[in-house]
Design a protein around this ligand. Sequence first.
Ligand SMILES: [Zn+2]
Length: 459
Amino acid sequence: MSKKSSVYVCQNCGWSALRWVGQCQGCNSWNTLVEEMSEVSKTGKEIKSSEDISDFTVSLSQVDALESSKARLSTFIDEFDRVLGGEEPNRGMVNGAVMLIGGEPGIGKSTLLTQVVVSMLANSKNRDISNNKIAYVCGEENPAQIALRINRLKENNYNQDNMVFISSTNVDSIAKAIKKIKPVVVVVDSIQTLTTFDLAGSAGSVGQVRECAERLTTLAKSLNIPIFLVGHVTKEGTISGPKVLEHIVDSVLELSGDRTGDLRILRAVKNRFGATDEVGVFRMRDFGFESVSNPSEIFLEHSDVGVPGSATVCVMEGTRPLLIEIQGLVVSSQLAMPRRVGRGIMLSRIQVLAAVLEKHCKLPLSNNDIFASVAGGFSVKEPALDLGLAVAITSSLVNKSIKEKTVFIGEIGLLGEIRSVNLLDRRIKEAKRLGFNKVISKKTHSSIKDVLKELGLLK
Ligand SMILES: [Zn+2]
């Protein structure tokens, strides 16, 4: 097909040109033109294909049967299945779903997916399907490199012939191979390396990434095969990465974590087939990732309870209560505008709490820099951490630690009052289970001032 099959379309106003230009002639914005398939070649394709209409029409009586056949495909990795969605014991991926795994380069997306693949192969006996093949599209690495990583996992109890590598970056050849192999699941590593000859842009350009993802999505739906797409998040703000794909795929999973630390968190940012608030927690080991079914223990393992500036809170991640340590550091500021810095905590929360503490507890925070972070590279958006954060900040300011093993659960209002949070009993239960005998919440105290007084942080 000639290169004329594509046009460049402004993402802002829809103006199109046959060649790429820097500035749109329609709306005058810069760098908004993206290569797309032209309408002519799109319709041309549709006329050519001789589709059977039974592929896309279904009667009401058939729908029930379809629903029940929607058994989810388990990865046999509990923490991974949890994020994919479903009710236990039917957790995992849905057939025909396209799932994007995003994250910074080097965070371990390929490692995790290799592990998923091997786990599925090793447990394939537990499924009653005739074809157990898994296809791995290697655009980033060659099969030998992936094989090396697989060997490190030390799991040999499966038929190695079921692992099929597709060493191509041409999306149309890949589609052809997938149609022939008919694997149970496909991993594409990564979507940014794929191209189609129908577009002139280079691999990784917005147009190519989008078109390739669209073709793979169509394939996934027509063959009813789940496909994982690996997508790198670029430091410059996801230009050619996952943002472009979010509307096309069914789920967006994000792997994050402190790259220097060993904890990784998998989270669903979008999930057409499940909740988006579940997280999977993994720990990086020599051989690969290890599931962490009890994350609180790991988050608290290195916690500095007993040091000024440390407080333990309980937040909900999906259906799971998580105990984590909040650290605060308050030092006198040299600046006219004192600094407020948060790691894993929203800056606006630090600002609001500093104002509340200043006003209602008469703490001199306006002359101090405040740094606050969640230990372990975790990120928390829940208001339930307010109370713990306020205590950590005060504890650092007055340089006094919290003696007893205490957990703080509660949101703080603008008047300094403690507000209740959802699922409080579940959180308290988890705190008690992990040996915290004292839980401070709306149940025990009505204002932050009362709490600070009882802890001896405020006179
Ligand atoms: Zn425009």
